[in-house]
Design a protein around this ligand. Structure first.
Ligand code: DGY
Length: 333
C-alpha cells in the first residue's frame, strides 16, 4: 500500500525517485529549515519522515505526525537532533547514515588542518585583495604538519579514518576516548592517552566525538588554556563540543595558534568576533558535502524508509526497541 512520506529539505533527486517508486512523497520546496510549527503541519498523517540535522525530532513533532508514523530517517550520520526516548516510546524507528561519509569528513578534516597550518585562506584573501608585492622569505610563515603530534578526541569511524590518512604525514597519533580502541591502535599505531595528555601534547587537536551531554563544551576556556600556544584546534564534529566564545578569546589572545572549524555552536550564527580573526579557518558545515557521499547517504535513507514501510528491519536503526515495541502493540490489538 502506498503511504505518505515527508522530506524536510531538498536532497538528491535519485533518493526522492527511489521513495516515489513505492510511496507518495512530498518535499519541502522552500530549501530552508522549517520551524517546528511548519514541520508539525507538514508531517501530519505521514508514515515516514526524512529529516535533517537541523530538524528537531521530539515527542511534539511525532504527535503532530500521528500514530501512523513509523520511521524518521535522518539524512545525516549525526543523531543529536533526535529525542530518542520519545521516538522509542511511540514505536518510531530512528535511522541515520553511518559509514558513507567517513572518507569525505576525514579528508575534509585533513584539508582544514593543512589550510590552517599553511594559512592558505588567509594568504589567498591577501592575494585576491591585490596586496602582494612580490616574494619575501618571512611571509605567511605557517607550521609544518609532517612528524608532528596529532591528537584525536573520539576514536570512532571518522576519528580512525583521520588517523589512517594522517599516517601519510608520518604524524605521531595519540587519542582519547571513553575507552581504548584496539582498531585505531592496530591500524595506525595510535596511543591511548588521558584528556590531559591529549591537550598538553597535541600540535593538532581534532575533535570527532558525538554531541551528547558529556561532550558539550568538551573544549572550553580551561582546556584551551592547557593546549600548546602553537597548537591548532580542528572541529568537524558538532559545534557545541567547543565553547565558541572561549575559543574566540583564546584565538584573540593567541593562547593557541589557530583553529579550523566546519561546525559552529549556533549555526548559522557565529560567535561575536570569530569572523574577524585572522587565525581561524571557517567553512559552513560542509565536511560531508561531496557528490558521491550525498548520493550514498540518500541510498541509505531510501533503503531504511522502504524497509520499515514494508515491515522489515532497517540497516541503520539507532533504537531497535522501537520496532519491537510497535510489533508488540500491533499484536495486542
Ligand atoms: C552528518 O551527517 O551528521 C553531517 O554533520 C552532515 O552531513
Amino acid at each position: 500500500m502506498r503511504q505518505k512520506i515527508y522530506v524536510t529539505r531538498a536532497i538528491p533527486r535519485a533518493t526522492i525517485e527511489a521513495l516515489e517508486a513505492e510511496h507518495d512523497v512530498t518535499v519541502n520546496g522552500d530549501d530552508r529549515a522549517l520551524s517546528p510549527e511548519e514541520l508539525g503541519r507538514n508531517v501530519a498523517g505521514c508514515a515516514a519522515i526524512v529529516s535533517l540535522l537541523t530538524d528537531r525530532i521530539d515527542g511534539a513533532l511525532l504527535d503532530a505526525a500521528g500514530p501512523n508514523c513509523r520511521i524518521v530517517a535522518n539524512y545525516a550520520v549525526g543523531t543529536n537532533n533526535f529525542d530518542v526516548p520519545s521516538a522509542t516510546e511511540r514505536g518510531v524507528a530512528l535511522t541515520n547514515t553511518p559509514g558513507v561519509l567517513d572518507d569525505a569528513t576525514a579528508t575534509h578534516t585533513i584539508a582544514l588542518m593543512l589550510a590552517m597550518a599553511r594559512r592558505i585562506p588567509e594568504a589567498e584573501r591577501f592575494l585576491r585583495e591585490g596586496r602582494w608585492d612580490g616574494w619575501k622569505p618571512m611571509f605567511f610563515i605557517g607550521a609544518d604538519v609532517d612528524r608532528k603530534t596529532l591528537g584525536i578526541a573520539g576514536a570512532g569511524r571518522i576519528g580512525r579514518n583521520v588517523a589512517r590518512k594522517a599516517r601519510g604525514f608520518d604524524m605521531e597519533i595519540i587519542y582519547s576516548d571513553v575507552a581504548p580502541n584496539q582498531a585505531i591502535e592496530d591500524e595506525t599505531g595510535a596511543r591511548f592517552v588521558s584528556k590531559d595528555e591529549l591537550l598538553a601534547r597535541s600540535d593538532f587537536l581534532t575533535l570527532h566525538v558525538p554531541l551528547v551531554p558529556e561532550t558539550h563544551h568538551y573544549i572550553g576556556a580551561d582546556e584551551l588554556g592547557r593546549m600548546k600556544p602553537t597548537a591548532i584546534l580542528i572541529n568537524a564534529s558538532r559545534g557545541p563540543v567547543v565553547d565558541e566564545k572561549a575559543l574566540v578569546e583564546a584565538l584573540r589572545e593567541r593562547r593557541i595558534w589557530g583553529a579550523a572549524l566546519d561546525v559552529f555552536e549556533k549555526e548559522p550564527v557565529l560567535a561575536p568576533g570569530l569572523i574577524d580573526l585572522p587565525n581561524v579557518v571557517i567553512v559552513p558545515h560542509i565536511a560531508s558535502a561531496t557528490e558521491e557521499t550525498r548520493l550514498q547517504m540518500g541510498e541509505i535513507v531510501s533503503r531504511n524508509v522502504l524497509a520499515v514501510l514494508s515491515g522489515k528491519q532497517p540497516d541503520c536503526c539507532i533504537n531497535v526497541e522501537a520496532l519491537t515495541r510497535r510489533s508488540a502493540t500491533r499484536a495486542a490489538l
